[in-house]
Design a binder for this molecule. Structure first.
Ligand code: 9MR
Length: 342
């Protein structure tokens, strides 16, 4: 039987818990993603605007506490770094870079040559003018961040789902050789950086990943590539079951592989069943990476659901990350910790 003292203690305990959970998000796990990940990094996309947002100190706090890797969500893209020809602006990229470096996070540079988030002036250039602009962009940006970025997504999203090369000013003006040219320039610009090609819908074995693999093998033969990024923007319940097998065939080509932009979206508001399925799916992705010795790390494309790109692009979809809108750990957080700890 409980004594009065016992009752008072329980009441105080319950009151404190209620107070604490209002004051800061519930923390159920005693370990962190980065600690559980061990020798691999566990990263997140970081936006400069969130890191410096004084009304949401949790963003920087969770980034520091939970993650050992960082990718600037937008700040090192072409439109952010060279908005007009030859005029470079690094302040936002610097902000993410210095946060990452001062918190001992491995920083992935993202991204140099991509048809999206490309300022309009680039698309007006033809022939050698575009070639020179591309090479100058790669060299200037990589030189600026040298020593901070351990890796770079040199070329992003170059392929269509059928394995052909996607439309871009680079393909139109420079031909399919633009990829090799970009990697050659990147290798010379920062010989210390790991050079990656990064894409989506290449996580399973299909026409697109077959084409990517061929390109990777050809770049590797000239020692121009070090890694392949698999973005991994998945739909709950639809993670490719041959993910591990696919990662392994790229690793067998002699390059590192990484999960670079992981999120697993669902219809919102999220049902309990979908949150449980998401937990299973996250664990599946973690296990696939861990089963491949050359899988060097995993990055989620954000921290709390509230800032995710998903609802803006897929209306009615969301809840794709490990923390909910209020930084509470979701079932997928626990399953990720468990999978990382195995
Ligand atoms: O998360 C990024 C979002 O804030 C931008 O508006 C968007 C613009 O294209 O890019 C998002 O990040 C993308 C990444 O750079 C490349 N792979 C797909 C990501 C989600 O769209």
């Amino acid at each position: 039987m409980l004594t009065l003292k016992g009752h008072l203690f329980s009441a105080f305990y319950i009151f404190s818990l209620a107070f604490l959970s209002r004051a800061s998000p519930a923390r159920r796990q005693t370990t962190t993603l980065k600690a559980a990940a061990g020798s691999r990094y566990f990263g997140a996309a970081l936006a400069a605007g969130h890191l410096s947002n004084a009304s949401d100190p949790d963003f920087a706090l969770f980034a520091q506490e939970q993650f050992s890797g960082a990718t600037p969500e937008n700040e090192m893209k072409w439109d952010a770094t060279e908005p007009s020809e030859g005029v470079f602006t690094f302040s936002q990229g610097d902000q993410v870079a210095s946060f990452a470096v001062s918190n001992n996070m491995l920083l992935r540079g993202h991204t140099l040559v991509w048809h999206s988030q490309l300022p309009a002036w680039v698309s007006t250039l033809t022939g050698d003018d575009l070639l020179n602009a591309m090479n100058n962009h790669i060299t200037t940006v990589m030189t600026h961040f040298q020593g901070q970025t351990f890796a770079w997504d040199v070329v992003n999203e170059a392929f269509n789902d059928d394995g052909t090369l996607g439309t871009s000013p680079f393909l139109t003006q420079l031909g399919s050789g633009y990829i090799e040219t970009a990697f050659t320039t990147a290798r010379a610009a920062d010989p210390t950086a790991k050079l990656y090609i990064n894409d989506f819908n290449t996580e399973g074995i299909n026409a697109k990943s077959d084409a990517l693999l061929e390109t990777v093998q050809s770049l590797k033969a000239s020692n121009l590539i070090d890694g392949v990024g698999f973005q991994s923007h998945f739909i709950v319940g639809e993670v490719p079951q041959d993910l591990q097998q696919n990662l392994q065939r790229f690793a067998d080509a002699g390059v590192d592989v990484a999960i670079t932009e992981l999120d697993i979206r669902m219809t919102v508001p999220a049902s309990e069943a979908n949150l449980q399925q998401q937990a299973t799916d996250y664990a599946f992705v973690i296990n696939a990476c861990q089963a491949v010795s050359r899988c060097v790390g995993i990055t989620t494309w954000g921290i709390p659901d509230i800032y995710s790109w998903v609802p803006g692009t897929f209306p009615g979809q969301g809840a794709a990350l490990l923390f909910d809108d209020n930084y509470n750990e979701k079932p997928a957080f626990s399953s990720t910790i468990d999978a990382l700890s195995n």
